[in-house]
Design a protein around this ligand. Structure first.
Ligand code: ZN
Length: 286
């Protein structure tokens, strides 16, 4: 099953297009995409037999399939080759930080570049579909509603300034956590632990890997996180990025105004951001 946030409304994606869930269910399910994760099992049963009239999907106006998660986790250094390019040893346990909610946005659109050095990090995003506490690894996929493509955009100067890494703030400027284009349930994949993942700047591929290269795969992350704290339905986990970030290059490369970043994961789809300067933003009509 695939769902999307179409202009703020929960939609079921079918071969014919997007079906508005509130209308097709006669109000049984809310139009709020975030609310559906609280009733995920019930929703899946309904969706298996849903009718409704499909409409064309307005790609440019999609929002995040999880627009208001209570918790947004992110995992650092979760691919050995990225850990290596970042100058760190392979972590023995997940490096966990939080991205702030105000940075979450839809799959397409413009992102204002703050001062500093803004870098790309394509990531598989897992959205939680059931309350999860002390979930064993073997059952952890059952707690996942679905997968999406994400970018963990990062301002590297702030990230590395000061006495300790400033992950949370440096990765939470507005628009720094795009998610989409849709949410795909784990059963849609031959192997949800092994998906091609890549991103390109202005058409040049800069990151390319497979999610099977994760040091701590999705089920392991859910087991370890839920050992420490409860995961809520609709929570989001950015699962780490493969090698090829700008900061790991010689010389380093960062995003410039006018550039486009396209990120893709096998079986899910593609998201795209265009970067603009702060000056260009202030010239735009309000
Ligand atoms: Zn990241």
């Amino acid at each position: 099953m695939r769902i999307a946030n179409v202009e703020g409304r929960l939609s079921l994606l079918t071969a014919g297009g997007a079906v508005d869930v509130e209308r097709a269910s006669d109000g049984r399910f809310s139009s709020d995409p975030q609310a559906v994760y609280e009733r995920w099992g019930e929703f899946r049963s309904w969706a298996a037999h849903a009718g409704g009239i499909p409409e064309p999907v307005p790609e440019a106006r999609l929002g995040s399939p999880a627009p208001r998660p209570r918790q947004v986790f992110a995992i650092g250094l979760n691919y050995a080759d990225h850990s290596d390019e970042s100058g760190f040893a392979i972590p023995k346990e997940p490096v966990v930080f939080a991205k702030f909610l105000s940075s979450v946005t839809g799959p397409r659109g413009r992102v204002v570049l703050p001062e500093g050095s803004v870098d790309w990090e394509v990531e598989l995003v897992a959205v939680i579909g059931a309350p999860a506490r002390r979930v064993p690894r073997e059952r952890a996929w059952e707690a996942v509603a679905g997968l999406a493509v994400g970018q963990d955009l990062s301002e590297r100067d702030m990230q590395h300034r000061g006495p300790a890494p400033q992950f949370g703030l440096a990765k939470s400027f507005p628009g720094f956590s795009p998610i989409g284009p849709e949410l795909v349930t784990p059963d849609e994949f031959d192997d949800p632990d092994d998906l091609a993942i890549e991103c390109a700047v202005d058409g040049e591929t800069v990151q390319r890997g497979r999610t099977s290269q994760m040091i701590f795969p999705v089920p392991e992350l859910i087991a370890r996180l839920s050992e420490v704290l409860p995961l809520y339905p609709g929570d989001v986990i950015f699962t780490g990025t493969p090698a090829g970030v700008g900061a790991g290059r010689t010389p380093p490369r960062f995003l410039r105004p006018g550039q486009r970043l396209r990120s893709r994961i096998e079986g899910i789809g593609e998201i795209e951001q265009e970067f603009i300067s702060r000056a260009a933003e202030s010239e735009e009509p309000a």
